[in-house]
Design a protein. Structure first.
Length: 147
């Protein structure tokens, strides 16, 4: 019984909806903030990995190594929690390194992605769901076909 309640609670937290251009742009400032937080978490991991590599190449003791490894494990956990926090807004992370996020949308009856790249101030592009960043197309301002 408890397992069923936990599963019901888990699935009730997962919400899906399509974004319109307006709703995507409305949530974009919050999404950008969460994305920047995610990038900070990624940098923390890279720093700790570099420290571990330095420790391994120099003479090290087990106590220092174990503490560093535990810190890395915690950083990785925080990174994945930040991904979950970001994606709970309804967006899909495509690449931290390239700064790519997609917002699920519809164009007529076809599912498409509204596409955002780091540095952009608003959603200006879209692409089909089976095409990546290279296939993105500019939004037509008067295009009411997107949900």
């Amino acid at each position: 019984m408890t397992k069923m309640l936990l599963m019901a609670s888990f699935y009730s937290q997962i919400m899906f909806s399509y974004f319109t251009i307006a709703t995507a742009n409305a949530v974009l400032p919050q999404v950008i903030e969460k994305f920047k937080n995610l990038q900070k978490k990624k940098q923390e991991i890279l720093k700790l990995e570099a420290e571990m590599n330095t420790q391994m190449s120099a003479s090290f003791n087990f106590a220092d190594y174990v503490v560093l490894k535990q810190n890395l494990n915690s950083a990785v956990t925080r990174f994945y929690e930040a991904i979950e926090d970001l994606e709970n807004t309804g967006v899909v992370l495509k690449s931290v390194e390239e700064g790519l996020l997609d917002f699920p949308s519809k164009r007529f009856d076809e599912e498409v992605w509204l596409c955002w790249k780091e540095g952009e101030k608003e959603i200006k592009f879209w692409h089909e769901k089976d095409v990546g960043f290279m296939g993105r197309k500019p939004l037509d301002v008067s295009d009411e076909s997107l949900v």
